[in-house]
Design a protein around this ligand. Structure first.
Ligand code: BGC
Length: 779
């Protein structure tokens, strides 16, 4: 090999390796311009963790609740616009893993328990992003449906369940939207790490389905140079320390990775650069307006005794910590920093509703970041100031890149300094949040001087869910307090990372008194709106859930408010199922999911009737966790067995014969519908529905397929198609829903088979509320 050839080899190997947290560096000798990637899926965070606002859309479970593929495409177009604005060429989304267990930590970030609903929505999302000239990475390929030991666990799953469930959303997206990228999962499948899974990546994804995009590792997910290169992985992220780059060049020199294999990887990344090189400039989309529209459309009304939409000008008692401190997105890499957050309190007041507020109960004891602007001073070991940066509050997060181009090698300590003036007198809590060495000084007094140890071994845990070390202080309103938190930066990690915060909480009334106050406010109001939900400790990437109970005393709060006011409307602000023991005792129950930045406006739109709640459950909501047929998310000796096979989600509930609290597909609108006819012809079902209510509305028409003769080895019913119908009062709408051959197919002995015989198509408004039945004979 000549020196020039060797230089080119080095450049090719470098082109496949992360340069830093989010980018591939330009390689001029190869004509490669470099690329920037960013999370996904509800916005485009960009290369900075904070300080670079992004539109925050509702979470994927909310988008899925709309069952509206056209809306998913518009969401994709907006995300492409955000990516272009931030100089991002690759969006690390959508997440199409399945909601196998309600305990899955990233349940909120997946779309559905059903592979068809997941795949169809994701395909249109991808089409929308790519029409905007931005690539996606459909993730995480495959069987990344839990968080416990997520970096190392191996999933043991039958070929049939893989094909009929976990691979299916990826297959649908590849075939319907030709994605430009896929992200390999951390976990293994049947003994092989997904970053090295030649059989599934080269064989199935590329070979069988014709995927022609690039495959990127999940972050820090590639562990073996030769295994990954031969297994089909094109790019190892993040950098600068990866198994590609120099190590890959060396493996090629040593003959362990053939030159042709390297050339294929390089060609795919070259294609990606070409595809994203000249993005179009479509007419701008109003991000806040779309976020509000999707949020309103996703609201899933599960119970309504007629209290909604609100009539007249009721006096409302708005109750719940979450009504003011809205939780608009789930935790982990799916987080973005929105420009603003509209809480229920903000939204209801903006709609001119007559509202009084009572906190009632909080979902979490965690302290928020100190609400005071601070300065971050970056220091070298000898005390030299490397830079000073303002922060809007007490939180600091530098991931992958340090501000002002600071050399990570020189950074030794970061000091956050500021002055805080309490608005309330009494016992405040002040905390250092983070892992590592800290010195917290308040008004010159050192409260903490020492090390805080990390919990668990997930490298992202410190990022997503850092420990808080809190101290009580008695302060007077109006008397300024000076706060300083110094943090000794732990260098030597795979990427530069500085994340810590000064957290604080005002004096709080005793928990019993808070509930009593809320009950008293509800008793004298015309209606009570109680917002309850989950917290950062409950729904996040990096760990699984351990319970479906609402945290804190929120159940007790709802029960007591409902007893005090028969017109109690409960709003559930959670990304995935929670137990609702009081569900039969309230006048109305609606799920707003994690509604994104405009959630409060969308809630007001639905409560007042300006918008119809359009959501239908994309996943089964259990009464209690113990009823759930598939729960387990904890590997044993490094292995998680998907022994339930194809019985996941509603097929598992049907097989178990257990009734959930709310079945798959459930949701009410503000009008009523009659299912008039369904006619099958040319592999499609034409369904006519009539709006029998008094206002224009939308209906999600759902078609489920079953074999006429029950087959105990297969799901009793499977979603075969769906469409959104719209009509004025008294009018009909006809939707044509394709039911392709594949809907009938089962994976047997290494191939798809369609058993000939009689089938039934059940059409209606949820899994078992299907007034129309259409027989289909397949020869
Ligand atoms: C997540 C990915 C994400 C990546 C980059 C990983 O931990 O699993 O979904 O895209 O980090 O933030």
């Amino acid at each position: 090999m000549s020196a020039h050839e060797d230089e080119l080899l080095e450049a090719r190997a470098r082109m496949l390796a992360g340069h830093d947290m989010w980018s591939l560096a330009a390689e001029p000798a190869l004509g490669f311009p470099g690329l920037t990637m960013s999370d996904g899926p509800i916005g485009v965070r960009g290369v900075h963790w904070s300080g670079d606002p992004s539109v925050a859309l509702p979470s994927p479970t909310a988008l899925a609740a709309t069952w509206d593929t056209a809306l998913a495409r518009r969401v994709g177009a907006l995300l492409a616009q955000e990516a272009r604005r931030k100089g991002v060429q690759v969006l690390l989304a959508p997440t199409v893993n399945l909601q196998r267990s309600p305990l899955g930590g990233r349940h909120f970030e997946c779309l559905s328990e059903d592979p068809l609903l997941t795949g169809r929505l994701a395909a249109q999302y991808v089409a929308g992003v790519q029409e905007g000239g931005v690539a996606v990475t459909v993730k995480h390929f495959v069987a990344n449906d839990f968080e416990t030991e997520r970096m190392t666990a191996d999933v043991v799953v039958s070929e049939r369940a893989l094909r009929e469930l976990y691979l299916l959303p990826f297959e649908i997206v590849v075939k319907e939207a030709a994605p430009w990228g896929v992200m390999a999962a951390y976990n293994g499948v049947n003994g092989t790490a997904m970053s090295e899974h030649g059989e599934l990546v080269n064989g199935v994804l590329r070979g069988e389905w014709g995927f022609d995009g690039f495959v990127v590792s999940d972050w820090f997910g590639a562990r073996d140079t030769v295994g990954a290169a031969l297994g089909g992985l094109d790019v190892a992220m993040p950098g600068p320390h990866t198994v590609y780059g120099p190590a890959l060049a060396e493996a090629v020199r040593a003959g362990k990775v053939p030159e042709e294999v390297l050339a294929e990887h390089v060609a795919r990344v070259g294609t990606l650069a070409e595809r994203t090189a000249n993005p179009p400039s479509p007419a701008p989309v109003d991000g806040a307006a779309l976020a509000r529209e999707v949020a309103a459309r996703s609201v899933t009304l599960l119970r309504n005794d007629g209290v909604l939409p609100l009539a007249g000008a009721p006096r409302i008692a708005l109750i719940g910590g979450l009504a003011k401190d809205a939780r608009v997105m789930g935790g982990g890499s799916a987080q973005v920093t929105p420009e603003r957050v509209v809480s229920a309190w903000d939204g209801l007041r903006a709609a001119d509703l007559d509202v009084v507020y009572a906190r009632g109960a909080d979902p979490s004891d965690r302290l928020p970041a100190l609400a005071a602007p601070m300065r971050a001073v970056a220091l070298a070991e000898d005390g030299t100031v490397l830079g000073e940066f303002p922060t809007p509050d007490g939180a600091l997060m530098w991931v992958g890149r340090l501000p002002g181009g600071i050399d990570p090698e020189r950074l030794h300590t970061v000091v956050l300094r500021g002055t805080f003036t309490p608005e309330v007198s009494g016992a405040h809590l002040i905390a250092a949040e983070g892992v590592g060495e800290f010195r917290l000084t308040v008004d010159g007094e050192a409260l903490l001087d020492g090390a805080v140890a990390p919990e668990g071994d997930d490298p992202f845990a410190a990022l997503f869910f850092p420990a808080q070390t809190a101290f009580p202080r008695v302060w007077e309103a109006g008397e300024a307090v000076s706060v300083e938190l110094a943090h000794r930066v732990r260098g030597g990690g795979p990427i530069p990372f500085v994340g810590f915060a000064v957290a604080h909480r005002d004096p709080r009334a005793d928990a019993d008194a808070l509930i009593d106050e809320a009950v008293a406010a509800a008793a004298v109001a015309d209606a009570a709106v109680v917002v309850v939900g989950t917290s950062k400790e409950v729904e996040s990437e990096g760990f699984d859930r351990t319970s479906l109970r609402l945290p804190g005393r929120q159940d007790e709060l709802v029960a007591r408010v409902a007893a005090a006011n028969p017109r109690t409307i409960v709003v559930v602000n959670a990304g995935s199922p929670v137990e609702m023991p009081w569900r039969e005792d309230v006048a109305a129950l609606l799920l707003t999911w994690f509604p994104g930045q405009e959630g409060g406006h969308a809630l007001a739109d639905v409560l007042t009737g300006a918008a119809e709640p359009g959501g239908r459950l994309p996943t089964t909501w259990p009464a209690v966790l113990a009823d759930c047929p598939v729960v387990d998310v904890t590997p044993v000796d490094g292995t998680l067995r998907y022994d339930e096979g194809v019985f996941v989600g509603y097929p598992a509930w049907q097989k178990a014969g257990t009734a959930p609290a709310f079945e798959f597909g459930s949701g009410l609108g503000y009008t009523t519908w009659a299912y008039e006819s369904a006619a099958h012809a040319d592999s499609a079902l034409a369904v006519t529905v009539r709006n029998t209510g008094t206002r224009r509305g939308r209906e999600v028409v759902q078609v489920y397929l079953s074999p006429a003769a029950p087959d105990p080895d297969s799901p009793a019913r499977r979603l075969a198609g769906f469409a959104v119908a719209e009509a004025d009062p008294g009018a009909t709408a006809t939707v044509t829903i394709p039911v392709p051959d594949r809907a009938y197919a089962r994976w047997r002995d290494g191939a798809w088979h369609t058993p000939p015989g009689d089938y039934l198509l059940h059409t209606g408004r949820s899994l078992t509320r299907t007034p129309l039945t259409t027989p289909v004979h397949r020869p």
